[in-house]
Design a protein around this ligand. Structure first.
Ligand SMILES: N[C@@H]1[C@@H](O)[C@H](O)[C@@H](COP(=O)(O)O)O[C@@H]1O
Length: 237
């Protein structure tokens, strides 16, 4: 893993946007995108850049079950607000959390991923080491699936909702195997509350108990962390 330590999330966003730019220049056509607060500084940089994604596709990691794209808390809405309105892609894919036939939606999304191999995948990380919505215990060979969110993830996500009872309890997510098919993975983490997960991801055993540890087995991973998120890492710096 290539680890880049930056001063803060703004600097992280600039560094990540440079990586997007390099990948575009190298011919990348498919970008795997994530939600949460972490990628926001990156999306802001992309929106303010002259980068052009109009002949590219985007494939998002995950979506809540039971809320529509028109709901401001949906990930579809988040992506529109924070990136797509300013930087449209030729095609943008995101799981449909309102699908009546969830199994069919899962098959459809797996086909989308197969047909649009991701060149650069951006990831955040949960405090328990989850990526996408792959909670601890998710099999490393998982494809797209429906998940029951853990208590800690529901609590963490509740800050975006008026009432914790409104936080969805289920989501559709790309699996760990799907995520690792990306050619280049760019994981971002800022803040002290990510330090433990980052240390375990980098130095801990590769274990389904810490989903992000699967990235130790991937040949091309870049990690951008601020000083706080890096504070648990044992390095010679
Ligand atoms: N599904 C998302 C993840 O993709 C994200 O990485 C995580 C961390 O969110 P934040 O970046 O707000 O800390 O939250 C959610 O669980």
């Amino acid at each position: 893993m290539r680890i880049i330590v930056v001063a803060n999330a703004n600097e992280g966003g600039k560094t990540a946007a440079q990586i997007f730019s390099q990948e575009l220049q190298n011919g990348a056509k498919v970008f795997g995108l994530a939600t949460g607060s972490t990628p926001l500084s990156t999306y802001r940089e992309l929106c303010n850049s002259d980068l052009d994604f109009s002949d590219c596709s985007s494939v998002n990691l995950d979506e809540y079950v039971g809320i529509s794209a028109a709901n401001p808390e949906s990930y579809a809405y988040f992506m529109h607000q924070n990136l797509f309105a300013a930087k449209p892609f030729a095609h943008s894919f995101i799981p449909n959390g309102m699908a009546k036939e969830i199994d069919e939606e899962i098959s459809r999304y797996n086909r989308v991923i197969d047909e649009h191999p991701v060149d650069l995948q951006i990831l955040g990380i949960g405090q328990n080491g989850h990526i996408g919505f792959n909670e601890p215990g998710t099999p490393f060979d998982s494809l797209t699936h429906k998940v029951a969110l853990t208590e800690s993830t529901i609590n963490a996500n509740s800050r975006f909702f008026d009432d914790i009872r409104d936080v969805p309890k289920e989501a559709l997510t790309m699996g760990l195997k799907s995520i690792c098919q990306a050619k280049h993975i760019l994981l971002l983490a800022y803040g002290q509350n990510k330090a433990d997960a980052i240390n375990k991801m980098v130095n801990g055993p590769v274990s389904e108990e810490l989903p992000a540890s699967i990235l130790q087995n991937h040949a091309n991973v870049t990690v951008i962390v601020d000083e706080e998120a890096a504070s648990g890492l044992k390095t010679d710096r």
